[in-house]
Ligand binder design. Structure first.
Ligand code: ZN
Ligand code: ZN
Length: 244
């Protein structure tokens, strides 16, 4: 069968097993981003373009885009309808894919996601009972179960704050990619000094107040003001002297 000069390479020349280069992953992400932004493009056309550029079968790009949907869906972020999440991301590709996703889809490279998937899932629930948290969070067993408890406390405190910093009272400085007000969760008495991981030792505050509470010369006064301002906080006996 004769072939024109602009046809896709014949199947026997298509790479299937060869590793994906950063350039190829980036090009796939750029195409995905256009779909995510709502550009009206033919998906098949995008796969064909990528196939011609990198000599891999068009179907490979569809599967790769479904991998991208899977990572986005795990993070509670929107993904392209019609590219159903497909989780079989190769272990050798996944870290690079996630790094490039952050760079290309989110546009920042060193701060990770604002809220963990467990927290996001809880924030989406209409009713959040007050979690019991942990009075004495173990420092030696920081594994999955710990993390899940932490998520319940974090989600409850974030939701309860209703987008306002509990320290200065101002609105969250911006909304996250998940369209949630951005606040940080702070343990008033640090876990390291025996503070509990419970809602009566935890506040949702803006990044400025958070930095000041950790690094400011007036940190102790600010902490005393937090105790006075937020009724649910329980002053632990050893803190009473410092905050009065
Ligand atoms: Zn604040
Ligand atoms: Zn903190």
């Amino acid at each position: 069968m004769p072939e024109g000069p602009h046809e896709a390479p014949p199947p026997q020349l298509l790479r299937t097993e060869e590793a994906w280069s950063d350039a190829e992953l980036k090009a796939t992400l750029e195409a995905y981003k256009r779909l995510l932004n709502g550009e009206r493009l033919s998906k098949a056309g995008l796969y064909r373009e990528l196939s011609q550029r990198f000599s891999r079968a068009p179907g490979a790009y569809e599967r790769r885009m479904q991998n991208i949907s899977a990572v986005l869906s795990e993070r509670g972020q929107p993904w392209v309808p019609g590219l159903k999440p497909q989780k079989n991301v190769g272990a050798n590709v996944r870290p690079r894919l996630e790094r490039l996703m952050q760079e290309i889809l989110v546009g920042d490279s060193d701060t990770g996601t604002a809220y963990e998937p467990e927290v996001l899932a809880l924030l989406n629930q209409p009713h959040l009972p007050v979690p019991s948290g942990q009075q004495r969070p173990a420092t030696s067993t920081k594994l999955v179960t710990d993390h899940a408890r932490d998520a319940a406390v974090k989600a409850w405190v974030l939701k309860n704050a209703q987008g306002m910093c509990e320290c200065c009272g101002k609105s969250a400085p911006f909304r996250t990619v998940n369209d949630l007000p951005y606040l940080e969760v702070h343990h008033v008495r640090t876990l390291a000094s025996g503070g509990a991981d419970t809602v009566d030792n935890t506040v949702a505050i803006c990044p400025n107040c958070h930095r000041e509470l950790h690094h400011g010369t007036g940190a102790l006064e600010l902490r005393a003001r937090l105790y006075a301002r937020v009724d649910r906080l329980r002053v632990e006996p050893s803190d009473r002297l410092k905050t009065s």
